[in-house]
Design a protein. Sequence first.
Length: 170
Amino acid sequence: MNNYQKFELQLAEPWVWPGLEPPDDPLGELDDLEISLRKFCFECNHKVAIRIAGEVKYIFLDPDIILILNELPEKISQLASGEKIELDFPESWMIIEFVPAEGEVSCTLRKFGDRCQQIQFILDLPQVLGVLKSFLDTVIQMARDRGYISHPAPLAISLMARPSNPKAFS
């Protein structure tokens, strides 16, 4: 019997955040896929529930997931390869650190703000990888279904993989 805590990352209800500005690219640094995904996150914004054991924290597609979406495939690949990763959500004042070792993951959730919080958990590595991949697939598929991108989900993910790790999802 294992003592692993359960990890979940799921889209919750749609969310309108008054005052958020639509994404733009004044310097022309983003490719069509990246700008389309940013538009999707802004125009179809949702709360995103992070559940680890009994802890539930909320972030948002925009402004949180939008900041890590293009590097998430590489981060998943790094975690699968035994490397430590951090998911940094500065707009929600939160960092989640994953340190893999021997089939499990030491996870540290850090919340900043008026009251700082740091909680550690032990998670099952295959379960964490599955949750991260599933979440990414869900976001990409929603963007595709709503016409923001035209690539099939696996192709969109492979296009997002960094050149430094072309086998992110092979």
